[in-house]
Write a new protein. Structure first.
Length: 1191
């Protein structure tokens, strides 16, 4: 690796660093050598992480060499390096680093563990091999099955402590013995590696990591472990003499404030009182039993709780007084709440006898009760309220007053950084009313929430520095303006840096799009974000609508290759947009080109969604995918969207905080007051500037996803007219502003972006494909080895908008987005009721036959035609992103006809010969998914990637027609024609001929009987049209020919009336009303009788006997018990077919020569009420409403 000498320190870098990287490393060394703090801003993608790791570790090695030289000099009595001082080794003057233990440790903090996993991955790419430690919570690291089952994190903590204290955890007992093993001590381990190795060696990963911390050179941990005083104490983190690095430090301000704030709800207090009541009753009962036992000289019972009954009662009294003090606060009647200075919290708590003097005893008592309840078996008692009360007391009394001074002085000090806000509880979810003598009457009133909010990050930051930190480095890609950021922290930052980017001009395109393709102004402002005009225009800009203009000019989704990211200001805006696009049938249209993946709200399902997105983008022949996310969400930070994963980023608006939120209002007031007190400095942000900065930083983080390394390229679309304002443009990163251009014409946007990507794809190197991995998925696999993952099933779940947008779940699915023509509409009418037990499908049964041969020992029951996912998880695990077990469940099935099965096996052989192993795996997964979910769009997307790109494989694409389920055949025919230029008619004929050769088919199955046993299933490709059936499934050609004949015979007006009747029949299932219209149109002239007869192709199965009888009555033809047979949809005759006449009747005059008889029948038909129409002797009951809903 190249070696670079900077400030006298030799740095091993994986490649020759760029000038901006050398400048960055120089500033890091300046902070380290001078023992000062620094704020370093460098754009995302410039290698900040690599620079930080290499520089700090090189500096440590340099100090180690300095210590070694001093020891050698001492050993040879000053002959070597006798006149050379330690400062010559670039240590600060006066540094007392005389031994190896004095070399500072590096503490590297980031926001999440997933970000830390990426940092450790970068460390493995360097030549440095330091001793590494990663700190995590028990929720992430504990492998004890009993502890893992606990419902909350704090319950895990207390149960773990109890088992450790009693030495009843065998994983913990092995820590000391196995911590020195080579596999555990030497390599660079992240969270996933710790869990894997801990499970393998039967050693506790949590305590193993704490053990490794003592000897580690560099320690990785999340922000809150450092900024939260409670977490620092819990993890025993010693900061004296350490170098602390905050990566992605734009979040430090928010984390500092949140870690020092709290909201105490009435539910929290009630929960704590309920837990104490349980302990109090238990101890009182044990005390009574103890008295009885003493009378008989027996052993007294013990609960294991070393607390007096009186102390528990006092603790309950404290909580009741606190509840009463909060309820006694008077609020205005408009639900706004009241705000008081920060020092008021000490007065309020003093009323409940919670002070600096009593806090120690109270905390110790609360801890004992929680630990006692955590170790109990039987009925679960919620201790969340007690744990929250402990945290609150530690926050309020975090800074002890000087010895001998009153606590009021501390209160005056913190009042400048805090506000107390009391407001009515909006959830109205009070705990159950308590009826004992201790209860207060105020519990029946509306509760009040006590909020203690910190508005200055300096409170936590100064407390951190006071722990003896040697150097503090804050770095991110979005810290500007640095001056105001440093002023808010209120600690000195002598070293500052604003770095440029390392990319060239041809690697980035940035455009502001104030108006959509239809000229409507794009805006995410509060009064416009949900307007139909804005939502529709935004959808057209993204490519969700294919209007005539859009077809000519293209749209963003069509011109951006591979992955496209779309960021919304908030979850409600994203969900409302999706709901509107789904209601307008816009969302499905873009999925043909780039399927939509939606960021879920809960973290538990996020990993599978993002993995599915990566897989879709990386699929061979894929046109890419679209990922819909939220600013400040999980996808906007820390995730890798490099190269093809993110060629374009669309920001749909400015994500301002909620303007009327009390906390936002108070924060702005706090900053305005602070600026008024520091007028001389002039560098402090005003409230309005902070408000605007919150939105711009969120935007800057989102657009930072597009450029991830030196050879990356992409486009940024800012779709809000406010991005054109001067003050908003000034808030964008300095490396983005030179490329920014405001467009007045949407067509020019498409033109310039198309040209940009054409040039970039020719000039930039082709990225090397990387395996799709997920750190979260790996961790889940390590913790639960039995977890079964299915990429395609995850893909479908991720692509389903209904999963992530609750308001969309009520909308019926299965309707084709392209069913807007008259012919497509008609095809939908003849659908059979869905049977309770679907029959097996030839092609899929053949696929399962092959799978059973490969893994019969694993799953004997896999002979089914339907696969379903069953998720077994507790709600609590889902809420905190817990692990899920996915099980494949099979259902019994009937055997498949031999002919169909043989054809399926032959087709599978042909596909396997034509595709690679990876592509064939994708094909089989697509079949399984289609089989289980009936998702036609996902099937077509997979088949298109596999067969449509190569003309040699078009035959396989067309050949798949015979295995498509009947209700999807017409859609498949249309798509096949669009992609290959040829239809699937020959394949259909083959399927029909197969059915004709089947001797078991009953030619009268539809007319004589319609029992569930012989009703064909829409989802069953094996249910082909039968020989002699009265009505066949209409093909597109037959439908088009019929409509053409109707127009010629009846004119456009008559055709329109017939179509209206057909649509009404589809909705209300009333054949009588539909026939009244059709008969009036088609029986006026005898030459139109065939139109009435051919209308039978649209009649639903349970109406066919009645329709046949009515046709015979209207046309004056005799009938027998057998009924009439109508020709299939391919019958093009315009005269009455001879098959309509009874086969035993004598030849007679044609129908056209007996108009008077026919007319009399028609008149009698019209005199009938629609609900009194003639019915056959069909004994099959009418389908229920729920059965029709399946059609």
């Amino acid at each position: 690796m190249p070696k670079v000498v900077l400030n006298g320190v030799t740095v091993d870098f994986p490649f020759q660093p760029y000038p901006c990287q050398q400048e960055y490393m120089t500033k890091v060394l300046e902070c380290l050598q001078k023992k000062v703090n620094g704020i370093l801003e460098s754009p995302t993608g410039t290698g900040k992480t690599l620079c930080l790791l290499c520089t700090t570790l090189a500096w440590r090695e340099h100090l180690r060499d300095a210590v070694s030289s001093l020891k050698i000099a001492e050993r040879v009595q000053g002959e070597l390096f006798a006149s050379r001082s330690l400062s010559s080794w670039n240590a600060a003057d006066g540094d007392s680093i005389a031994c190896y233990t004095d070399i500072p440790k590096i503490i590297y903090a980031s926001r999440t563990h997933s970000q830390l996993t990426q940092v450790i991955s970068e460390l493995r790419n360097t030549s440095y091999r330091p001793k590494v430690c990663v700190l995590g919570s028990r929720e992430q690291l504990c492998i004890h099955p009993e502890v893992k089952k606990q419902e909350s994190n704090h319950m895990q903590i207390h149960l773990c402590r109890k088992k450790v204290a009693s030495r009843s955890c065998h994983f913990y007992n092995n820590v000391e013995e196995k911590s020195l093993e080579q596999e555990l001590a030497t390599p660079i381990l992240d969270i996933e590696d710790l869990v894997k190795n801990g499970s393998k060696h039967k050693v506790c990963p949590y305590y193993l990591s704490r053990n490794m911390k003592q000897q580690a050179d560099i320690i990785f941990m999340p922000y809150n472990y450092l900024l939260d005083a409670k977490s620092r104490k819990a993890h025993n983190i010693d900061l004296k003499g350490t170098v602390v690095i905050f990566d992605e430090a734009h979040n430090v301000e928010k984390i500092c404030e949140e870690s020092a704030s709290f909201d105490l709800t009435p539910r929290d207090v009630a929960s704590g009182l309920e837990a104490i009541n349980q302990v109090l009753e238990e101890q009182a009962r044990l005390a009574q039993q103890g008295e009885l036992q003493l009378e008989f000289s027996a052993d007294t019972p013990s609960s294991g709780l070393s607390m007096e009954l009186e102390d528990i009662a006092k603790l309950k009294m404290i909580l009741l007084r606190l509840e009463g003090a909060i309820d006694a606060i008077q609020l205005p009647g408009d639900d706004r709440g009241v705000t008081k200075p920060g020092s008021y919290i000490f007065e309020l708590f003093a009323e409940a006898q919670i002070t600096f003097q009593t806090k120690g005893c109270i905390l110790e008592s609360l801890d004992q009760i929680i630990q006692h309840l955590a170790g109990r078996t039987g009925v679960f008692i919620n201790t969340v309220g007690l744990q929250k009360l402990m945290d609150i007391i530690q926050i309020v009394f975090s800074v002890d007053p000087p010895e001998g001074s009153p606590g009021s002085l501390v209160g005056l000090g913190v009042s400048h950084s805090y506000k107390v806000h009391i407001h009515p509880e909006t959830s109205h979810r009070r705990a159950a009313q308590r009826s004992d003598a201790w209860s207060t009457t105020t519990s029946r009133k509306q509760g009040k929430v006590l909020s203690y909010w910190c508005f200055s990050p300096s409170h936590s930051m100064r407390e951190l520095v006071c722990q003896g930190v040697r150097t503090l480095i804050l770095t991110s890609g979005t810290l500007a303006p640095l001056s105001s950021f440093a002023l808010e922290m209120q600690i000195p930052f002598p070293v500052c840096l604003e770095n440029p980017h390392i990319i060239d001009r041809n690697q980035l395109w940035v455009g502001v799009i104030p108006r959509g393709p239809d000229g409507v102004q794009l805006s995410s402002a509060y009064d416009k974000r949900f307007s139909e005009e804005c939502l529709s225009s935004l959808g057209k800009a993204l490519g969700l609508a294919w209007t005539t203009a859009m077809t000519l000019t293209g749209n963003i989704a069509r011109v951006v290759p591979h992955g496209l990211l779309v960021f919304f200001p908030s979850y409600p805006v994203m969900e409302k947009s999706l709901e509107f696009w789904r209601a307008q049938d816009l969302a499905k249209r873009v999925e043909v080109l780039k399927p939509l993946f939606v960021e879920p709200r809960n973290k538990g399902s996020f990993s599978e969604v993002i993995d599915a997105y990566y897989q879709r983008v990386a699929s061979p022949g894929s046109s890419g995918a679209t990922f819909l996310a939220v600013c400040r969400g999980k996808a906007s930070e820390g995730l890798d969207f490099s190269d093809m994963n993110g060629r374009g980023v669309i920001v749909t608006g400015l994500p301002y905080p909620p303007r009327m939120d009390p906390r936002v209002v108070l924060k702005m007031q706090f900053l305005d007051e602070l600026r008024g007190r520091n007028r001389a400095g002039g560098q402090c942000l005003s409230g309005q500037e902070w408000y605007q900065q919150q939105a711009s930083r969120a935007v800057n983080q989102a657009i930072g996803r597009v450029i991830r390394h030196r050879h990356d390229y992409g486009a940024i679309f800012l779709c809000d007219h406010r991005f054109a304002y001067a003050d908003t443009k000034a808030q964008l990163p300095s490396w983005v502003r030179p490329y920014l251009k405001v467009y007045d014409n949407f067509g020019h946007v498409i033109r310039d972006v198309s040209q940009f990507f054409r040039v970039a794809q020719k000039t930039m190197p082709v990225p090397v494909p990387q395996a799709v991995t997920s750190s979260v998925s790996e961790r889940e696999a390590a913790v639960k080895e039995a977890t079964l993952s299915s990429p395609l099933l995850s893909t479908q779940k991720a692509m389903s908008l209904d999963v992530h947008v609750p308001s969309l779940r009520k909308r019926p699915t299965g309707v084709s987005a392209s069913s807007d023509s008259e012919s497509s509409l008609c095809v939908e009418y003849e659908q059979q009721p869905v049977s309770a037990q679907p029959r097996s499908v030839g092609l899929l049964a053949a696929l399962e036959y092959n799978e059973q041969k490969a893994g019969a020992s694993e799953e004997q029951a896999l002979g089914s035609s339907t696969l379903s996912l069953r998720y077994e998880k507790r709600p609590s695990i889902e809420q905190r992103g817990g692990r899920r077990k996915v099980r494949l469940v099979s259902y019994p099935d009937e055997p498949v006809a031999g002919t169909q099965e043989n054809k399926a096996k032959l087709f599978m052989v042909s596909v396997k010969q034509a595709l690679s192993q990876a592509s064939f795996d994708t094909f089989t997964q697509a079949l399984q998914h289609y089989k289980g979910s009936d998702d036609f769009e996902a099937l077509v997307a997979s088949l298109t990637c596999l067969f449509a790109e190569d003309r040699k494989k078009h035959t396989l694409f067309k050949g798949f027609y015979q295995f498509v389920r009947p209700h999807h055949k017409q859609q498949f025919e249309d798509i096949c024609f669009q992609l290959t230029g040829q239809g699937c008619g020959n394949q259909a004929g083959a399927a029909d001929s197969t059915c004709e050769q089947n001797p078991r088919l009953d030619p009268q199955s539809h007319t004589s009987k319609a029992t569930p046993s012989n009703i064909s299933l829409p989802g069953d490709p094996s249910s082909c049209p039968k020989v002699g059936c009265t009505v066949e499934k209409p093909g597109q050609a037959a439908v088009s020919a019929y409509l053409s004949d109707v127009r010629k015979a009846l004119g456009s007006t008559g055709c329109s009336q017939l179509m209206t009747a057909l649509k009404a029949y589809k909705q209300d299932d009333d054949l009588g009303k539909a026939l009244a219209v059709v008969a009036a149109l088609t029986t006026a002239k005898s030459e139109h009788f065939s139109l009435l007869q051919r209308f039978g192709m649209f009649v639903r199965p349970h109406h066919k006997p009645h329709f046949l009888q009515t046709c015979a009555d209207l046309m004056g033809l005799p009938t027998t018990s057998r009924g009439l047979e109508l020709p299939g949809p391919r019958e093009e005759s315009t005269t009455v077919p001879s098959e309509l006449a009874h086969e035993d009747s004598k030849p007679g005059p044609s129908v056209s020569k007996k108009p008077e008889k026919t007319q009399s029948k028609i008149s009698s038909f019209f005199r009938q009420r629609p609900d009194q129409s003639v019915r056959s002797d069909d004994t099959t009951p009418e389908p229920t409403k729920s059965e029709w809903s399946k059609q």
